[in-house]
Design a protein around this ligand. Structure first.
Ligand code: SF4
Length: 209
């Protein structure tokens, strides 16, 4: 099987460090610290400015290759049901995460969601079953489809959306159509815990090393 690229090499670890190059971790810069993190030579806790939840999120992102399932590179679209999914009993104040309705996308997202006790709404928008990167190329994930899906939501949410990183170009046109606050998430789903910060709580019984 030729495995799909899950964009683990696109995780932007540096973005979540203080970027002061203070050298308290023993490295000459935050960028060098990231290099050592990726090699497994340094642990996230060596940066003393990170909170416990940030350290856990770093561990999750670093272990993305083990946590995320291998899925085949897409030859044909694999549509799964579109619609709203509840993660950990969300309420009106929970984030709404948007993605496409590829079976493989849903599988990969589910794998990372197993590592949080935080609550989210997940809205899978019909993009004919393309993965989000392909959906942007084929233009199957469209603003009008997202708007239509939002209008059909059965609950009134806090109006804060996280788009997949690959759908960044939809942010502006989407904001012109709706009154929701639109954020652009990461390219790699393993970065989501870092991106959501304190809004992503890892279960206390999971040992991340
Ligand atoms: S201790 Fe943290 S902020 Fe300071 S250089 Fe190391 S990684 Fe950067």
């Amino acid at each position: 099987m030729i495995a799909a690229d899950l964009y683990l090499n696109k995780i932007n670890f540096l973005k979540y460090l203080p970027q002061t190059d203070c050298q308290e971790c023993g490295e000459v810069s935050c960028a060098e610290f990231v290099k050592q993190l990726k090699k497994g030579i340094r642990a996230p806790s060596a940066c003393t400015f990170l909170t416990d939840s940030q350290i856990r999120a770093f561990h999750l992102a670093l272990q993305g290759g083990r946590i995320l399932p291998q899925v085949p590179a897409l030859e044909l679209p694999r549509p799964a049901p579109a619609g709203l999914v509840e993660i950990n009993h969300p309420n009106e104040g929970s984030f709404l995460l948007i993605s496409g309705n590829s079976e493989f996308t849903q599988e990969v997202i589910s794998s990372i969601m197993a590592f949080t006790v935080s609550s989210y709404w997940l809205l899978f928008v019909d993009c004919r079953g393309d993965t989000v990167d392909m959906a942007m190329i084929y233009e199957s994930l469209k603003v009008e489809k997202i708007v239509a899906a939002l209008k059909e939501l059965p609950v009134d949410l806090r109006r804060e959306i996280v788009l997949p990183g690959f759908a960044a170009t939809l942010k502006r046109p989407l904001e012109q159509e709706i009154e929701w606050q639109v954020k652009v998430g990461p390219l790699c789903i393993a970065e989501l815990p870092l991106f959501l910060g304190d809004d992503w709580e890892v279960p206390s019984d999971i040992n991340l090393g």
